[in-house]
Write a protein that binds this ligand. Sequence first.
Ligand code: SAM
Ligand code: SF4
Length: 332
Amino acid sequence: MPPLVDTFGRLHDNLRISVTDRCNIRCFYCMPEHEVRFVPRAEILSFEEIERFARVAATLGVSKLRVTGGEPLLRKDLATLLAMLGRVPGIRDLALTTNGLLLAEQAEALYAAGLRRVNVHLDTLDRERFRQITRRDELGRVLAGIHACRRLGFGPIKINAVAVKGLVEPDIVPLARFGREHGFEIRFIEFMPLDAQGLWQRDKVLLAGDIVAMLEREIGPLEEIPDRDPRAPALEYRFADGAGRIGFIASVSRPFCLNCNRIRLTADGWVRTCLLSDRVGMDVKKAFRDGARGEELVEIFREAIRLKPPSHDLAPSGNGNGFIRTMCQIGG
Ligand code: SAM
Ligand code: SF4
């Protein structure tokens, strides 16, 4: 079947699947502290629906899947879903993004299900700042989860850190040293306007360029990694002494829309083709539950891709917030 190429020539082979909008912590840039309104359980896609969707995607050339949320490990028996997805013909790359709290207890089952690639979200190694950011005192469990993965032989293990200016500057160098010591790539993600409380402002984004300067000053020279996939969204560097890699998702300072290869499936069954645009989306859950099969599902994909905008809706200047869905409601 012809692959998913949009009006702007972008090939879509990367699907991010959110399995829940719930979470066991409350990062301020993603969720409100109180009165979180979750999607009713009946609206959440079942494992069978997710697998069916992945199968259709794979026939259209999707070869990479990432399971995310909300916090995906809150979904009962997630390892079972990962094993199902790993068996979908055409899927070559399966990964998980998690906050790590439940990793220590689930890592073995996830490994047995065939998962190897894991991104763990960790902004700081400082217990008090962790509590301040996530509104929970759970740093110890996240570290235990990361180390459990390392012991079991997961790889690559990447650490996702959200770069918020005026808050995480003291964490940048310790995180990079932590990565160098244990062989984890640290990925700094520029703070995006997908928080629940409208706190985002352009001047609260700690930019990739500033982080590079800080790391070079405190640790040593960084060099861009040659031969990286030009369609991958992360800018990737390594320390010139060979110890440690640093990546950046610089959605604000260096948007990668021109090369975007991503499709998202939200936990409540919407296809989204852009994280930072509320204009586009297709309700695939309704189609499933109305009995759509084969060609009809393919058409939903094709229509979603046809409607994908050339670039995201974040204005090049100003504090243009106002996105309707927050990060945990889309799936980061
Ligand atoms: N709960 C898991 C976690 O935290 O990794 C998976 C879902 S979370 C929405 C996925 C990623 O989104 C997180 O790793 C975090 O780094 C990132 N994230 C959340 N809110 C963000 C924001 N406002 N700007 C940039 N990145 C954000
Ligand atoms: Fe939960 Fe992940 Fe959002 Fe933090 S970023 S509140 S861990 S879903």
